[in-house]
Structure formats: C-alpha cells, structure tokens
Design a protein around this ligand. Structure first.
Ligand code: C5P
Length: 283
C-alpha cells in the first residue's frame, strides 16, 4: 500500500495575460501549498483500475482526475494498467479553487512513479500532469512558486514567511471554463501587482505580499457572488488579516494572518456561517 498527502493550493495572486489560439489563457500566478490535504492510497491489488472515496458524489471513472492521471501515466510508460485500487480520503472541498482534484492527480502520478522506481524525472512527470489538467504540474512541484504559461512554467520561490491562513468556501458553484469565458468578454479593470508580490517574496516581507493579494477573476463574478466574496473578505480584514482574496477560479476566499489568535478568531466567526471553513498554514 502506497500513501501520499495531496495538499490544497492557494493563489496569492492570479492574473490573466492573454488568450491562446487553442482557447487556453496565459496566466501569472503566485501559488502556495497549505497543510489542508486529502489522503491518497494506492493498493496494487484487485482485477482492474478502481477508485473509491469518502464522498459518495465524487466521480469514480475517467472524470476523476486521479483515474485520468493513472491512464496517462501508463500510456507514457508504455505498459498496460495493472490492477490497482485508488482510495481517497477527501478533506479539501470540491470545486473550490483549491486544486483538490489536480492535487489528487499529482499524488497519484508521484505514487505510480515511486512504485515503478522512478522511470520519469519530475519534469517528465509534470509533462504527463499537464495533459491531466493545467494545475497538475504545480501540484507535483508544490511549495511557494510563480506559475506562468497555462500552468506549465513553474519557478520555485523563497518560502512564504511563517503565517496563518483561513480558507472560507461559500456555498455557490463556479464553472472554471465559464469564468474564463466571462473574463474574455469584459475589460479587466484591476490587476495584481505581481512584480511587487515577487519582490515581497524575495524580501521575506509578509505584509508586502499580503497587501498585494489579488485575483482578476473576482471581476468576472455576478454581483451576488461578488457581494458574498466581499462580505467574507471584510470579515477577514475586520479580524486583522494582512490580506484577503479569492483563490483560483473560486469561490474559496483566503485570509492571511501574522497572528494565530486573530486567524483562529476569524476561523470561528466564519465557520458559524460557512461550514467549509478551514484553519491552516503553509507547507
Ligand atoms: O486544464 P483544466 O482542465 O484544469 O482547465 C479547465 C478549463 O479552464 C479549460 O477547459 C479552459 O477552459 C480553462 N483554462 C484556460 N486557461 C488555462 C487553464 C484553464 O482557459 N491556463
């Protein structure tokens, strides 16, 4: 039995720089993995490829990125898929902008590569991951990173200074392709100061990073969605967060704190209204 933790990721910033001919977008994102994680296990037994999880609504077939990753791994390895069972203990909320599914795929690719005595380098594993989903290469690398291209250009950064992070997922769904479609149709008015965040990272200056947290996607939400996101952000700032913004394609909002007590207080306040609220720290 092989185990791997599949960490959630947050966006400290997200900018969209342009659109490619294939419909994908060039992005500039500062990403961070956090301790909130799913637990992935693979057992090389049974009679075929199967998957189970603690969430009854989670797809168990090809729609699950862990299954897609398995198929693409063995395609690249030029071997038949052996009998194996993937078991997932999900704790990261689904469709949350926290790359839960991409992280699961990354964990599976790492386990399969270990099991077969590393036939692929990390770079090659990321190339397989890229075919599974845009966030998968970053999830393979993890840590603090600047991510560009459609998600395939990953530059590791100095670690985020010690801090406390609260994640709060409001209860409305957002479709990532639809959000990209909406952002294409509007004029982006505000963008993150990516250079400033990268400088803050280089200086190890938490304040300078946090005050620049920004996600262009917030401008593409409906007024009702924007209202809820802003409400959560204002709870964070009222409770002393150094910065707050939406993660990925949402709807999870992140609050970044220097002091544990303030983060805990914000966590407890938001938990009363939003059951998908988590207290965590950077990995
Ligand atoms: O790669 P992934 O399957 O996660 O992407 C989901 C959707 O998000 C894509 O179908 C595409 O519409 C959009 N996307 C994009 N540009 C990116 C990443 C994703 O347009 N860089």
């Amino acid at each position: 039995m092989y185990h791997e933790k599949s960490y959630a990721k947050i966006n400290l910033s997200l900018d969209i720089l342009g659109k490619r001919d294939n419909g994908y977008h060039d992005l500039a994102m500062v990403m961070q993995t956090v301790r909130l994680c799913d637990e992935i296990s693979i057992n090389f037994q049974g009679d075929r490829l199967t998957l189970s999880s603690n969430l009854s609504f989670l797809p168990t077939g090809e729609k699950n990125l862990a299954v897609k990753a398995t198929r693409l791994f063995y395609e690249a390895y030029k071997k038949e898929i052996p009998p194996l069972h993937i078991s997932m203990e999900k704790k990261i909320p689904v469709c949350a902008g926290l790359a839960g599914g991409s992280g699961n795929a990354a964990a599976v690719l790492k386990i399969l590569n270990n099991h077969h005595n590393s036939p692929f380098t990390q770079k090659e594993l990321c190339e397989i991951g890229e075919k599974v989903g845009s966030d998968v290469p970053y999830c393979i690398v993890g840590g603090t990173a600047f991510v560009e291209g459609t998600g395939e250009i990953i530059t590791p950064l100095s670690p985020l200074p010690p801090c406390y992070i609260v994640l709060c997922k409001p209860n409305f769904p957002i479709s990532t392709p639809e959000l990209f479609h909406t952002i294409d149709a509007i004029k982006i008015k505000h963008r993150p100061d990516t250079k400033g965040i990268l400088q803050g990272m280089a200086d190890g200056d938490l304040n300078s990073i946090a005050c620049r947290m920004f996600n262009v996607f917030e401008q593409a939400l409906t007024p009702r969605q924007q209202f809820i996101i802003e409400e959560i952000k204002s709870v964070f700032t009222d409770q002393g967060a150094l910065g707050a913004s939406m993660s990925g394609s949402g709807p999870t909002v992140i609050g970044l704190f220097a002091q544990k007590e303030k983060a805990m207080f914000a966590y407890e306040t938001l938990l009363a209204d939003y059951p998908d609220t988590f207290f965590t720290t950077p990995v």
